[in-house]
Design a protein around this ligand. Structure first.
Ligand code: SAH
Ligand code: MG
Length: 198
């Protein structure tokens, strides 16, 4: 397991796969443990690095993860097999915005896919959260660009960073969820669904 993780880190560096930062996955793994999280939905598997680490927290943690890039999906499947997690991890090869979920619900949703679509992911998948469930989002700092979108020269990057800034505002203003922002790794948010009965 440890060796596979190191192997994946090397693969990611070599092939420019943007895997989660160490501090961030450590934070998320602790959160899974202390909040007794069992069922996780991940948007953006890449090669399965964060997927496998989240699934490794406890024997009964199950992860469904969605990836739209075929080469990464194949690599993810391979890695899931290598660590023997086929029963714990379900890898879905599809665009998350096209996925149809039925009769499933999750304790945690981890959003780590296209940065311009975070609000869409949030609005689509929030219906599949259990009571007290949480949505965690990665890369809210986007390598220090967030908060400075107007200074960015490249139009594509500027538009993407502006969308992340809008997402942060959306989270802050959201009445259904209470969001905390953490200056960990590339920036994380933790949005807990409020109890409607209160
Ligand atoms: N969670 C991974 C890293 C994911 S990188 C880790 O930390 O190890 C983001 C991935 O999201 C990329 O592989 C990209 O192909 C995928 N992605 C982007 N938009 C997507 C979408 N709409 N549906 C599914 N996958 C998407
Ligand atoms: Mg990320």
């Amino acid at each position: 397991m440890k060796e596979l993780i190191l192997e994946m880190e090397k693969y990611a560096a070599l092939h420019n796969v943007p895997i989660i930062e160490k501090d961030s996955i450590t934070f998320i793994m602790k959160y899974i443990k202390t909040h007794n999280i069992k069922n996780i939905l991940e948007i953006g598997s890449a090669i399965g690095y964060s997927t496998i680490l989240m699934a490794s927290v406890a024997q009964d943690v199950m992860v469904t993860t969605i990836e739209r890039d075929e080469a990464r999906y194949m690599e993810c499947l391979k890695n899931v097999k290598k660590c023997g997690f086929e029963q714990k991890i379900n890898v879905v090869f599809q665009d998350a915005l096209d996925v149809n979920l039925n009769n499933v619900s999750y304790d945690m949703i981890f959003i780590d896919a296209a940065k311009g679509q975070y609000t869409k992911f949030f609005e689509k998948f929030k219906y599949f959260l259990n009571d007290g469930g949480v949505i965690i989002s990665d890369n809210l700092k986007f390598h220090g660009h967030v908060g400075k979108s107007s200074e960015i020269e490249s139009k594509n990057l500027r538009s993407l960073v502006a969308k992340l800034e809008d997402y942060i505002t959306f989270l802050k203003d959201n009445k259904e969820f209470e969001t905390e922002f953490y200056d960990v790794g590339d920036g994380l948010s933790v949005s807990v669904k409020k109890d409607e009965k209160k």
